[in-house]
Write a protein that binds this ligand. Structure first.
Ligand SMILES: Cc1cc2nc3c(=O)[nH]c(=O)nc-3n(C[C@H](O)[C@H](O)[C@H](O)COP(=O)(O)O)c2cc1C
Length: 186
């Protein structure tokens, strides 16, 4: 039997990311409303309240970076989600290092194993959030996680979360690959 639960704060699991916009100083903030929206060109989107300082910076710089959060940087990612760049220089409070991007002005987080350099391409006003979307221009990955051009996402072990429980988790076991249903039983 299934029971009905409230529809606010969906039990929907997505990767936790640090969005950085700007460079002087860079402003890191934490986002769980994040996803890939298009293949070619690769477009990612973030559900973001307009009052976020990140939003103001994205409109000013017209770019941002997406930095995947792992266990090593989780506490600092959490901290970045409880402070606003309107009042604080988070680059000094959040204990992370920054590096220049190669295709955009906003900086990347050095400790994050995967960083996307993203150009702002538009937004969709929803209700209490805007869907801010952009084109992934470049992706940088720590070399130890790349083999023959493929990223070992399982080894990176990104943190995932859900607004429903506000708990952080790691991803679990591998259960095969897309197309397992198409393979003949051996
Ligand atoms: C775990 C976590 C996830 C968050 N996810 C979102 C999100 O998806 N969208 C959003 O607008 N704010 C989200 N926030 C809130 C912002 O990170 C927070 O308001 C932050 O202080 C904004 O900083 P800024 O004003 O410097 O941009 C989240 C906070 C935490 C702790």
């Amino acid at each position: 039997m299934k029971v009905e639960v409230k529809t606010n704060h969906l039990p929907h699991v997505t990767p936790l990311v640090l969005v950085v916009s700007g460079n002087n100083p860079p402003n890191p903030s934490t986002y769980i409303y994040f996803g890939q929206l298009n293949d070619n060109p690769p477009i990612v989107g973030v559900g973001m309240k307009e009052k976020r300082f990140t939003y103001k910076l994205i409109r000013e710089f017209e770019d941002f970076t997406i930095n995947i959060v792992t266990e090593e940087i989780l506490k600092e990612a959490d901290r970045a989600g409880f402070l606003t760049g309107k009042k604080h220089d988070k680059s000094k409070i959040v204990n992370l290092k920054y590096e220049n991007s190669s295709s955009i002005k906003s900086m990347r987080i050095a400790e994050s194993p995967i960083s996307y350099e993203v150009k702002y391409r538009g937004e969709l006003k929803l209700f209490d959030h805007n869907l801010v979307y952009g084109e992934v221009m470049k992706i940088f990955v720590k070399e130890e996680y790349v083999k023959n051009g493929k990223i070992d996402i399982h080894a990176i072990s990104p943190i995932v979360s859900s607004y429903h429980t506000t708990e952080y988790y790691s991803i679990g076991e591998k259960h095969g690959k897309w197309g397992i249903s198409l393979k003949k039983e051996e």
